[in-house]
Design a protein. Structure first.
Length: 249
C-alpha cells in the first residue's frame, strides 16, 4: 500500500503545483491588463489636455485625416525610467478608432529635454504605409518615411514638407506645445501588455480593421474613445470631455 500512497502523494503535489502556477499566471495577466488600462488612460489625458488648449492644439482637419494617432505621455530621458517610455497607438478602422496597441519608445532617441520634466509626444500617421511600417524599422521612424514637425492651430499652416509628410510629430512640456522633428526615434511593441489584453502581438492588433470595442474592457479603450471624440467634432467645438488639467504630471 505504501507505493500507492506515494504515487497518490506525488499526484497531489503535481495538482497543487499546477493550480499554483495557473493562479500566478492569472494574477500576472490581471496585473498586465490593469497596467494596459492605466497606460491608455494616461495617453487619453495627455491627448485631451493638448486638444482642449485654446489656440495651440493639433489642427482638427489633420486629426480627421490621420490614419493613426500615437501618444507617448511622460517620456523621460533619465536612465532607468521605463514608465515614461510607454505609449499607445490607435488606428482608424472601418468602424471607428481601433483598440489601443501598446508600444515603447527608446527614451534616449527623443529630442533634448530637461531632466527635471517629462515630455508628452504625439504622432499623426497620415497614410496606411506609415502605419504598416511603424514597428518595422529598427533604425527608427523617419528613415523610411517622411516625417515633419506638425503645424499647430493658431500658427502658420506649416511648410509644404509638413503638408506632404507621412508622419507629423508634436511635443508638449509644461504647457508648451509645438511641432517637433523626432526623426529616428525607435518604437517597439510592448507585447506583454498586448498579449495580456488581446492574446495577440502589436502587429496582430494593428492589422484588425474594426474598432473591436466589444472584445476588451471599457477602461482599456479610454485612449481611442478620446481620439474619436475630437476627430468627430467640428473644428470650432471643444467636446465636453472630462476636463483634465492643462499639464499632466
Amino acid at each position: 500500500m505504501k507505493p500507492a500512497t506515494g504515487v497518490a502523494a506525488m499526484a497531489f503535489t503535481v495538482v497543487v503545483a499546477a493550480a499554483l502556477t495557473a493562479a500566478a499566471r492569472s494574477t500576472f495577466q490581471a496585473d498586465r491588463a490593469g497596467a494596459a488600462a492605466e497606460q491608455s488612460e494616461r495617453a487619453a489625458k495627455a491627448f485631451a489636455a493638448v486638444m482642449q488648449a485654446h489656440g495651440k492644439a493639433i489642427p482638427r482637419d489633420l486629426l480627421a485625416a490621420a490614419k493613426a494617432v500615437v501618444v507617448f505621455p511622460r517620456v523621460d530621458r533619465q536612465a532607468g525610467s521605463s514608465e515614461g517610455s510607454r505609449g499607445v497607438v490607435s488606428r482608424r478602422t472601418d468602424t471607428g478608432w481601433g483598440n489601443p496597441v501598446f508600444v515603447r519608445v527608446s527614451a534616449g532617441s527623443v529630442g533634448p529635454q530637461s531632466r527635471a520634466a517629462s515630455t508628452d509626444y504625439f504622432l499623426l500617421l497620415m497614410n496606411d504605409e506609415s502605419v504598416q511600417n511603424l514597428l518595422n524599422d529598427p533604425a527608427g521612424i523617419g528613415n523610411a518615411a517622411s516625417i515633419a514637425a506638425g503645424p499647430v492651430v493658431g500658427r502658420s499652416a506649416g511648410s509644404d514638407a509638413a503638408m506632404q509628410a507621412a508622419i507629423l510629430s508634436y511635443s508638449s512640456r509644461r504647457g508648451l506645445f509645438a511641432g517637433i522633428d523626432v526623426r529616428g526615434i525607435v518604437i517597439q511593441p510592448e507585447d506583454d501588455l498586448n498579449i495580456a489584453v488581446y492574446d495577440q502581438t502589436a502587429r496582430g492588433v494593428l492589422a484588425i480593421h474594426d474598432r473591436g470595442g466589444d472584445r476588451v474592457a471599457a477602461d482599456v479603450r479610454s485612449f481611442p474613445e478620446m481620439v474619436e471624440l475630437y476627430a468627430a467634432a467640428p473644428a470650432d467645438i471643444i467636446p465636453p470631455a472630462t476636463a483634465p488639467p492643462a499639464f499632466i504630471n
